[in-house]
Design a protein around this ligand. Structure first.
Ligand SMILES: Cc1cc2nc3c(=O)[nH]c(=O)nc-3n(C[C@H](O)[C@H](O)[C@H](O)COP(=O)(O)O)c2cc1C
Length: 162
């Protein structure tokens, strides 16, 4: 068992891609977060529901199956939703205690990362944030979720956990 845990939530797969990469690179364990009620699989509907407020900002999440006390180092990976971190990750950080752990925080986004790192800082007041990683994916459907951030930048940030 590793002392590093990669924790992620991904709606369209971009954050999952980074999470699997980090898992392999760091030889880490991995934990995927799930909302209790899944978002619609229709992307446009989710955008519309968010804009007209029919998606609750504070979603409930499934219980996790990892003992967090066993991990000293954590990588948090999720997407940017409306200039902040995704509500699933937000809820996780409100419910679970990551105090005194070394943490890398990341936000996948389409170029408008907004206040994600501020969100992380507010939700992790007693953690040691070792690195912040802004990972941009193309929003152009024809480019099929192409990553625009160089992998070298991701590697450099992940190394800060060592
Ligand atoms: C409801 C919703 C809101 C979004 N808001 C933003 C945003 O504010 N800024 C941004 O750069 N990208 C935004 N995006 C795009 C995602 O952050 C981006 O595509 C991300 O890489 C998706 O990660 P995932 O595939 O792990 O879900 C939004 C996407 C959705 C579905």
């Amino acid at each position: 068992m590793s002392d590093i845990l990669v924790i992620y939530y991904s709606y369209t797969g971009n954050s999952r891609k980074i999470a699997k990469y980090a898992q392999e690179k760091l030889n880490a364990d991995i934990l995927e977060l799930h909302p209790k009620t899944p978002f619609s699989s229709d992307y446009e509907k989710v955008i519309e529901e968010w804009q007209n407020n029919s998606i609750k900002r504070d979603v409930e999440i499934e219980n996790i199956d990892k003992d967090l006390t066993k991990y000293k180092k954590i990588v948090l990976i999720t997407s940017t939703w409306w200039y902040g971190i995704n509500p699933v990750m937000k809820r996780f950080l409100r419910e679970y205690d990551l105090s005194r752990k070394d943490i890398i925080v990341t936000a996948t986004n389409a170029g408008w990362i907004g206040h994600c790192f501020k969100d992380y800082k507010e939700l992790l007041p007693n953690s040691n944030i070792k690195g912040e990683l802004d990972i941009v994916f193309s929003f152009d459907r024809e480019e099929n979720n192409k990553i625009l951030t160089p992998w070298q930048k991701i590697d450099n940030c992940l190394e800060k956990l060592n």
